[in-house]
Design a binder for this molecule. Structure first.
Ligand SMILES: Cc1cc2nc3c(=O)[nH]c(=O)nc-3n(C[C@H](O)[C@H](O)[C@H](O)COP(=O)(O)OP(=O)(O)OC[C@H]3O[C@@H](n4cnc5c(N)ncnc54)[C@H](O)[C@@H]3O)c2cc1C
Length: 452
């Protein structure tokens, strides 16, 4: 094969994975990362930012042949451990027995993928190369090296894998018919830590994602292999209570004590951290097109920056890579066909997971608050256990069913919800929910709604 060349801008998790898959198809790849090499300068040291990877992510890594390395340090989380305001603890499983989402270090997985990229003969990695310009007709790019000189890089094709604030995407704004929307969520977030016990063990149950749902705000905690937990407080930017309204030390302390009393004893200086740090805003970016002139494409957060409430951002980016992998085979390296097919297959799924993620804040932050919501989940779980071929709960479709595209999960989930609203509207449902006639009625409604 005539070895075509690719520039990949952005050496984050998605850019690194993309470079590996392209190299394994025989292409020569230049992988350009704006920051220094974290493996040398340890930019992740001291901060163990972790994220949840689920089946879509793992399947994609497996398809490209890199999952076993990545899974070695991952911690399975089988259920949500829900912390009530009074400290009462309840558990909500994620799916059927053995279903788990996995806590992985974001930096760790990035570095593992960079190590693999470095071991590929067809990849040349470049750090401290910040993309500053793109020629969208020729797929050439200009990078600033360190703080100084500019260098022009020519290639046959270019991908922008440069994250939620993508420069490639921003440069595409001047192209004809480019649609763009950026929406800020009401919430911002702040990272906190629960340190390990002195013997390195975890202070809370290790194999769970801990949630302190408080309706309009919440705290979550994911386990790290070193015994610590990385916690994230999601709270409104403004209003009451909010990052803006909580200015005084005494009110921050009271806020933590009254809402997260049990966590307060475990968190490392939460009030100091709250006072010292600026919360990070959450925003959503949607664009179209994702590809330009059959020469340049967007992938990962550069194409679809979503909010983190479904834990799917990186999963979705890895799935973009797996889709490209399949399309390269299917179209036998014909990039005139691959670019449009990639965009046509992935854009609806990017939009669907963006929508699902926005909606999931309510589900997560209200887990213990709303009795009827809990009951609906219970009925659904019972029904799905009895009729697994007819009903997979939405969360399981998104998280444990990579064969179901996000767009299909969203559509089926909406139909399921209409059915469940009818069941929840039955008089006396609180008392009769466990009776066989409820399952019969649900079966009838679901068969009609979902088999069409
Ligand atoms: C609070 C929070 C929690 C999350 N939790 C989860 C979760 O549980 N599960 C999940 O799947 N996802 C989660 N995500 C989303 C996940 O972090 C992202 O989807 C993922 O990091 C996207 O990877 P990426 O490689 O596309 O972009 P990034 O990780 O942003 O990487 C982009 C890279 O491009 C580089 N770059 C930027 N500009 C340039 C330039 N001009 N030139 C060269 N290089 C450049 C950056 O330095 C960076 O290394 C979460 C996100 C947040 C904010």
């Amino acid at each position: 094969m005539d070895k075509k060349t690719f520039t990949v801008a952005g050496g984050g998790p998605v850019g690194s994975l993309l470079a590996i898959l392209l190299a394994r198809h025989g292409y020569r790849v230049g992988l350009y990362e704006g920051r220094p090499d974290s493996r040398v300068t340890s930019i992740y040291q001291g901060r163990s930012i972790n994220i949840a990877l689920s089946d879509r992510g793992w399947n994609s890594l497996q398809e490209i042949g890199v999952s076993s390395d990545a899974k070695s340090n991952a911690i399975p989380m089988y259920h949500r451990a829900v912390h009530g305001v009074d400290g009462e603890l309840s558990t909500l499983p994620y799916g059927q027995d053995g279903d788990a989402i996995w806590s992985v270090s974001r930096g760790g997985i990035n570095e593992q993928l960079l190590d693999i990229a470095d071991s590929e003969a067809n990849i040349k990695t470049h750090f401290e190369h910040r993309l500053i310009d793109v020629d969208f007709d020729a797929a050439n790019a200009v990078f600033r090296v360190g703080g100084g000189a500019e260098t022009k890089v020519e290639a046959d094709y270019l991908f922008g894998a440069d994250g939620a604030n993508s420069k490639v995407r921003r440069l595409a704004h001047h192209l004809p018919r480019f649609s763009y929307s950026q929406t800020y969520m009401p919430q911002s977030y702040l990272e906190l830590t629960i340190p390990a016990n002195s013997d390195g063990s975890h202070k809370l149950e290790k194999n769970a994602l801990h949630i302190w749902p408080r309706k309009d705000f919440m705290l979550i905690a994911l386990p790290n292999p070193d015994g610590s937990f990385t916690c994230t407080l999601f709270l409104d930017h403004s209003g009451e209570p909010s990052f803006e309204s909580l200015q005084e030390r005494s009110s921050v302390e009271a806020f933590f004590k009254s809402n997260f009393g049990d966590a307060m004893e475990l968190l490392e200086n939460p009030v100091d951290v709250f006072m010292a740090k600026t919360a990070t805003p959450l925003f959503l970016v949607q664009v179209f097109p994702w590809t330009f002139n059959r020469k340049v494409g967007l992938i990962g957060d550069a194409a679809h920056a979503i909010v983190p409430f479904y834990g799917q951002g990186m999963n979705c980016g890895f799935e973009d890579c797996a889709e490209l992998n399949r399309l390269i085979r299917f179209y036998d390296h014909d990039w005139d066909a691959i670019f449009p097919a990639y965009e046509a297959r992935r854009k609806p799924n990017g939009d669907a997971i963006a929508e699902l993620s926005k909606r999931n804040f309510i589900e997560m932050s209200d887990l213990s608050g709303d009795r009827r919501f809990q009951l609906q989940k219970k009925i659904e779980a019972k029904f799905s256990k009895q009729f697994p071929a007819l009903w997979t709960p939405l969360y399981s479709m998104v998280t444990f069913s990579p064969e179901v595209p996000y767009s299909q999960a969203l559509r089926i989930g909406d139909e399921q919800n209409k059915v469940m609203q009818k069941i929840m509207a039955l008089p006396g449902i609180e008392e009769s929910w466990d009776e066989p006639f409820i399952m019969e009625q649900l079966f009838e409604l679901a068969s009609k709604a979902l088999n069409n």
